[in-house]
Design a protein around this ligand. Sequence first.
Ligand code: ATP
Ligand code: BTN
Length: 244
Amino acid sequence: PALDLLVLDQVDSTNAEVIRRRGKVGALPLVCIADSQSAGRGRRGRVWQSPRGENLYISFGLGVKGGFAALDGLSLVFGVALADVLVASGIDDVQLKWPNDVYWQGRKLAGILIELQGEFQEGEVQIVAGMGMNVHMQNVDGIDQPWVSLAQIAPEQYWQRNELAAQLIASVMSAFDEFQSDGFEAFRDRWMARDLFAGELLEATQGDLKGLGRGLASDGSYLIELDDGDVRPVRAGEISLRKT
Ligand code: ATP
Ligand code: BTN
């Protein structure tokens, strides 16, 4: 599929760059890759550590049909697309943490950040989906949770960032096309097969919600089984979950 590709040495954030450059209805998808970010970002204003030359920082500017309701499943679709690339490279025990992160043996390997780029117009909403994947990173300050890189998982393998980027672009664009034509349903089982939270006791970092992880509802929200047996769906914008 046709797309515009922008490759940069250095940028504040590839998500921010796509937001500045794109945003027109009907424009080609814009993919931006940078070798380093000075202000890489995660959810809720958190920092994504982005040292030069070591990792992959890539963002996709896309027009999503079907309005805002369609967006909920989208970070899950991209998580599946990213996991597929890792599995194809021989890393099979990849897990997905709802809604947006990729883990390997309990350590964070990659993150996905979806931001709205424009209003809903002419039947589509412009979004940017950014992915950060740790490839060669060995030492870094400022990450307050366990993390891992591909070179640590499989040091014997020659990890080529260009090659990974090409595979990721192909995987994301094809998953996105499938999502646009068939919706989220086709991805639900693929996502659930890698659910980091399945059967785990979870708590919300905001509020006092606590219960067992029960996988995805059909719209991509996450199901929590409360003490009294009730099952409550939570939506991505609403909450962060972690294992207790
Ligand atoms: P949530 O469930 O809300 O997504 P989260 O802790 O995963 O929670 P995010 O905003 O998704 O938060 O990701 C940002 C966090 O990821 C940072 O606070 C930091 O702990 C971690 N982080 C930052 N840079 C990296 C990196 N290069 N590799 C792995 N983890 C990182
Ligand atoms: C998260 O786990 O919160 C998501 C992190 C997303 C990081 C990527 S790196 C490329 C793109 N540009 C950014 O500033 N953030 C995303």
